[in-house]
Every structure is written in structure tokens, then in C-alpha cells.
Design a protein around this ligand. Structure first.
Ligand code: NAP
Length: 246
């Protein structure tokens, strides 16, 4: 289905990004795995992809750094020949109540989650414009839509992702490039593992489907957005949250 296509998935050494990288490989794509340091975990993901008969490579890049993002895109094109799919998944949290949140914690979350997506989109756009095709999927969050106490920085970054998605979709649509966002609810990963049990219990009471999400729930949605079936979908935010927010 995605044979001969090349995908970059940022932040794909673990969690949601890892499953997205594996899912795109299962669908036939060659995949560039990224994290901050080309960790052993990232190399393992690449090995799993190669075991499926696809090409894979690991590129270390801090997406908040424009030069790193440029190198991520340029190395992909140099080594893999093209790039068809960009999934902006890398993200961090630095939670705290507004009154106590440091400027550094505000800045770092905006820099990775929001500016990171800008950096990769900016550098991939010339490549996709030339190809006159491309699929970009940005990871937002349910809290970017509904807000959440203790996450002013994170909610601002994810709401920003939604605005950026819509603006980029309008700019790039005429060249055959779609740009969409996914807003996951509570998904079981290292990011959510650290939350206190009581907080998790409270979230659970708000989820009509009665379970936290699995990484595959998000990866399958990315798979759909980059498939032929989603050719006429752009500028949208797809909520995958078990009904937590409607
Ligand atoms: P995770 O388990 O913490 O994994 C984060 C990934 O991002 C890691 O591979 C990490 O690599 C990478 N990363 C962090 N900073 C980076 C940077 N500056 N440059 C490049 N890579 C970087 O997170 P997750 O739970 O899978 O979340 C993935 C995405 O989904 C995030 O955007 C998150 O905000 C969003 N999301 C998650 C949930 C949830 O419930 N889990 C809900 C809504 C939205 P290193 O190991 O090198 O740090």
C-alpha cells in the first residue's frame, strides 16, 4: 500500500512514535526513525523494520533545533532518495501549575512540541512541493482542545499545532500535500505512566469507552491519514480519545 514511499517519524524510539514507525513499515513504507541521540531503542526499532523487508535508518536530531531538523530531512532525501510522509510525533511534558511554572519549562515544551513541528515542516516543504505530493501528520492532544490544569505550556503547544496544521493545509493543498492532526486522549506510554494513580482514575471516569488508549489506536489512525483513502482529507483534527472529549 505504501510501497516505495519513505516516511520520517520524529520521536520514534518508543511509545506512540515507535508504533507509528512499525505500522507504516507494515503498510510497506521505508522509515526513518528519529530521537535525540540515535539510542539503542531507536536502533532496535530500525532492526524490526528491516526484519519486515523494508529499509530503515536512524537519524539523531533535536527537532527544536532548525539545523538538526534540516539535517534530518536532507539526510533522508540523500540516503533514501525521497520523502513522502512526515509524522511530527516528538513531544515532551514539563507539567506544573501556572503560578509555579518556570519560563524555562514553558519555553522547552513550546520549542519541542510546536517549533519542532514548524522546523521539520519548513525543511520538508521544498521537497514535497517539488514532488507535488506529500502527507504530513502532526500529533496534537485532547488537552489542546479542552485545556488541562497543570499543563499551560503543553496545552498551548498542542493548540498551536492545531492552528499550524490548518494554516499549512491551506498553503500546501494546491500542491497535492495534505496536512492533518491527530488529537490522542490518554494513551498508555512512558509519558502517561508517571502520572499518579488517582489522576489516572479520574481520567478513566471521563472515558465512555472505559479504557485508556493503546499506541496502536493512534498508529492505525496515522496509517489511514497517509493512505489513498484519506486523499480528500486535509486541515482536520482527528480525535482518538475513547470519547473523553466530544
Ligand atoms: P514518549 O513515550 O515520551 O516518547 C517521546 C519520543 O519523542 C521519544 O522517542 C523521544 O526521544 C522523542 N523526543 C523527545 N524530545 C525530542 C526532541 N527534541 N527531538 C526529537 N525527538 C524527541 O511520548 P508518547 O507518549 O509516545 O507521545 C508521543 C506524542 O504523542 C507526543 O507528541 C505527545 O505529546 C503526544 N500525545 C501523547 C499522549 C499520551 O497519552 N501518551 C496523549 C496525547 C498526545 P528520546 O528518547 O531521545 O527523548
Amino acid at each position: 500500500m505504501l510501497e516505495n514511499q519513505v516516511a520520517i517519524v520524529t520521536g520514534s524510539s518508543r511509545g506512540i512514535g515507535k508504533e507509528i514507525a512499525l505500522e507504516l513499515a507494515r503498510m510497506g513504507a521505508d522509515v526513518v526513525v528519529n530521537d535525540l541521540s540515535a539510542s539503542e531503542a531507536a536502533k532496535e526499532v530500525a532492526k524490526e523494520i528491516e526484519a519486515m523487508g523494508r529499509k530503515a535508518m536512524v537519524i539523531a536530531a533535536d527537532v527544536s533545533n532548525s539545523d538538526d531538523a534540516k539535517n534530518l530531512v536532507n539526510t533522508t532525501v540523500k540516503e533514501m532518495g525521497r520523502v513522502d510522509i512526515l509524522v511530527n510525533n516528538a513531544g515532551i511534558t514539563r507539567d506544573g501549575l501556572l503560578l509555579r511554572m518556570s519560563e524555562a519549562d514553558f519555553d522547552s515544551v513550546i520549542n519541542v512540541n510546536l517549533k519542532g513541528a514548524f522546523n521539520t515542516i519548513k525543511h520538508i516543504t521544498p521537497v514535497m512541493l517539488k514532488q507535488r505530493s506529500g502527507r504530513i501528520v502532526n500529533m496534537a492532544s485532547v488537552v489542546g482542545l479542552m485545556g488541562n490544569a497543570g499543563q499551560v505550556n503543553y496545552c498551548a503547544s498542542k493548540a498551536g499545532i492545531i492552528g499550524m496544521t490548518k494554516a499549512a493545509a491551506r498553503e500546501l493543498g494546491s500542491r497535492g500535500i495534505t496536512v492533518n492532526a491527530i488529537a490522542p486522549g490518554f494513551i498508555n506510554t512512558q509519558m502517561t505512566e508517571v502520572l499518579p494513580e488517582e489522576v489516572k482514575k479520574t481520567y478513566m471516569t471521563q472515558i465512555p469507552l472505559g479504557r485508556f488508549g493503546d499506541v496502536s489506536d493512534i498508529a492505525k489512525t496515522v496509517g489511514f491519514l497517509v493512505s489513498d483513502g484519506a486523499a480528500y482529507i486535509t486541515g482536520q483534527v482527528i480525535s482518538v480519545n475513547g470519547g473523553m472529549y466530544m
